[in-house]
Design a protein around this ligand. Structure first.
Ligand code: NAD
Length: 456
């Protein structure tokens, strides 16, 4: 299996994919190791994760270089990702005692009722490439803290980072066998679905997620899915600083080259502020430096997957054929690398692919609306339900709109952000279950209810 640098199109590593035999061997090791790991005190498990967090800081420059070389994101965004992952890890180890300790819910006379949180066993984590550290730690850190062992299958586009994570966990003192990496693409993932894991935690596309959910159902084990989105954003007519709103929302759409599950994917703007919003938005987009991910100050670098260039071209062509206007970009960048110009389409309608299908790239459709009712109707018009955002001076106005949208997250005057303290969850085609927050810490456990009577 070749690892290709998306910015240079050069092969930078050749790795051995896992086979059916090697995967079964890893599972046996994981089963054995889990029993010992679960017996350790929570304090000891926390200590290992703290050490892992320290190592991420110590190795940040090198790890950022590895990440950038295989996914193509600007080096500074790789550093930001590791910083972000560290703050999530810190929240998790600081809160895990509170949320995984036995909980006494009732005590009267000689009776106590208590909940305990037991590890599931061996957890299978099939992951994505767009933020391998962030989406990875959402799963394997709480899973390990809870006393599980983890089979981590990085995306085939983030294999080198997966191997770095494994090495760092070992250096942090994680006992041998508790965390193992499975290398390969869809075929490797498919093999894992045939095996005997105690829970499946997937981050990736709706298409693969739905397939996994069906395949795992017969096993009667937990299966959580963090999937894609087509996240809408509405700019109301009472926003105070239209330039700042345009710059902030452009970043929400284009950060990481638009390859974020919660990237802003559709923008609706009140007609009263539409013209000034569009001119500030396009000015912002045109100010960005495009280039190699290793160059200082570059904001738009390479896409990770070559195939996505066709998807983006298809969305532009579909939009233009249906009457959209192109204000910026619209095509591949000539030369080496999977590069696409940051693209702004206006006069779009919800019937266009760019407003319905996840773009996962540097492209945005912006539409004029006459009032909040029209904005709400259009925002709701999606099979996805990950996040939605409203920019307005009024909290009541924002909440009135966001409460009616079936999404896991609502943003007022912000977008494209994730917090370790809040559940990260999608609705509809965006997923099932939650990571992060107390829910995400408990997602890798099974509860036991204890009825404890001291007298007979
Ligand atoms: P993908 O579905 O193509 O692949 C995800 C993982 O599944 C990879 O490891 C892949 O090898 C594996 N896989 C592929 N076919 C499989 C099969 N038949 N059985 C088992 N495993 C299989 O997704 P991707 O391109 O890696 O990631 C992009 C998608 O992930 C986008 O839709 C994005 O929105 C979503 N995403 C969601 C979140 C979230 O938190 N909701 C976070 C990041 C990414």
């Amino acid at each position: 299996m070749n690892v290709i640098n998306p910015a240079t199109e050069e092969i930078i590593a050749t790795l051995q994919e896992d086979t059916e035999h090697s995967l079964h061997t890893k599972l046996e090791i994981l089963k054995k190791a889990q029993k010992e790991w679960a017996k350790r005190d929570l304090a000891e498990r926390i200590h290992v994760i703290q050490r892992f967090d320290d190592l991420l800081e110590m190795e940040k420059e090198r790890l950022s270089g590895v990440l950038t070389s295989e996914v193509g994101k600007p080096l500074q965004q790789s550093r930001n990702e590791i910083n972000g992952a560290r703050s999530r890890i810190q929240w998790m180890y600081s809160n895990v005692v509170k949320y995984l300790s036995d909980e006494q819910v009732v005590k009267y006379n000689d009776l106590k009722e208590v909940i305990s949180y037991d590890p599931l066993g061996v957890v299978c984590n099939i992951s994505a490439w767009n933020y391998p550290y962030l989406v990875g730690v959402n799963v394997f850190i709480p899973a390990l803290l809870a006393g599980n062992s983890v089979l981590y299958k990085p995306s085939e586009y983030a294999s080198l980072t997966g191997l770095e994570i494994e090495k760092l966990l070992k250096r942090a003192g994680l006992p041998d066998g508790v965390f193992q990496v499975a290398l390969g693409g869809g075929e490797t993932g498919e093999r894992l679905l045939d095996m005997d894991f105690d829970g499946y935690y997937f981050t990736g596309s709706y298409r693969t997620g739905q397939h996994i959910y069906q395949r795992v159902a017969v096993k009667m084990v937990p299966c959580q899915l963090e999937l894609g989105g087509k996240d809408p954003l509405y700019v109301a007519d009472d926003v105070k600083n239209i330039e700042a709103v345009a710059a902030g929302t452009a970043d929400g759409a284009f950060y990481n080259n638009g390859q974020s599950c919660c990237a802003v994917e559709r923008i609706y703007v009140h007609e009263k502020v539409y013209d000034s919003y569009i001119s500030s938005f396009v000015k912002e987009v045109k100010s960005w430096k495009i280039g190699l991910p290793t160059e200082e100050g570059v904001y738009i670098a390479s896409l990770t997957r070559k195939e996505q260039l066709d998807v983006l071209e298809g969305q532009v062509q579909d939009a233009l054929a249906k009457g959209a206007v192109l204000l910026s970009g619209g095509k591949r960048v000539a030369g080496k690398g999977y590069n696409f110009e940051p693209t702004v389409l206006t006069d779009v309608s919800n019937g266009m692919k760019v407003m319905q299908e996840e773009s996962f790239g540097p492209i945005i459709g912006i539409m004029r609306v006459k009032d909040d009712a029209e904005a709400l109707r259009l925002m709701k018009d999606s099979v996805y339900g990950l996040t939605a955002s409203v920019y307005t001076d009024s909290l009541d106005r924002a909440k009135g709109i966001l409460a009616q949208i079936d999404s896991g997250t609502g943003y007022w005057n912000c977008c494209d952000r994730v917090s370790a303290g809040l559940p990260w969850s999608g609705r509809k085609h965006s997923g099932i279950g939650a990571t992060l927050s107390h829910q995400g810490l408990r997602a890798f456990t099974k509860t036991k209810s204890w009825h404890l009577r001291s007298g007979q």
